[in-house]
Write a new protein. Structure first.
Length: 157
């Protein structure tokens, strides 16, 4: 068993993170997310969900998206109209982060060697997330219903 700090991101972790996200969105939201075909799309993130991972690795998983995407995700997860889903958008984004983080740690073989924090969701337009300098960032742009979302995993080196 690895002790904290002994596990470093593998070259395949970015792809595994993408697979975990695709599988979670397919199962929980009922949609296929994809990678953008023509470069990076800017994200106008009004909603950011985060989940901490502790144990064999120390990491933070985050998902950034627009309010529109967050509401549509909540709507699809709950099977209710978008106009009724706005109050549940933060819970939905937090749950997606939690599930992607859990699925990811299983896929890299650290399932029982790591624990997840409770999800935290930040909303608004005037905020910045800052990570410590000793974290390696794996960032993954994705498209959800043609809207850009960003998934990131920051792992302590």
């Amino acid at each position: 068993m690895s002790s904290p700090g002994n596990v470093v991101p593998g070259n395949d972790w970015r792809g595994i993170l993408g697979e975990a996200a695709i599988e979670v969105f397919s199962m929980m939201v009922g949609v296929q997310i994809t990678a953008p075909q023509n470069g990076l799309h800017p994200v106008f993130a009004n909603v950011t969900g985060t989940v901490g991972i502790a144990g064999a690795i120390s990491a933070i998983l985050s998902l950034r998206c627009s309010t529109k995407s967050a509401i549509n995700i909540a709507s699809a997860m709950l099977g209710i109209p978008a106009e009724d889903a706005a109050p549940q958008q933060c819970d939905a984004i937090g749950e997606i982060c939690n599930m992607v983080a859990g699925h990811f740690k299983q896929k890299v073989g650290l399932g029982d060697k790591c624990m997840l924090s409770l999800p935290t969701v930040i909303t608004g337009t005037k905020y910045q997330l800052h990570s410590p300098p000793d974290f390696e960032r794996l960032e993954l742009p994705l498209l959800y219903q043609e809207e850009p979302i960003w998934l990131a995993l920051e792992v302590r080196r």
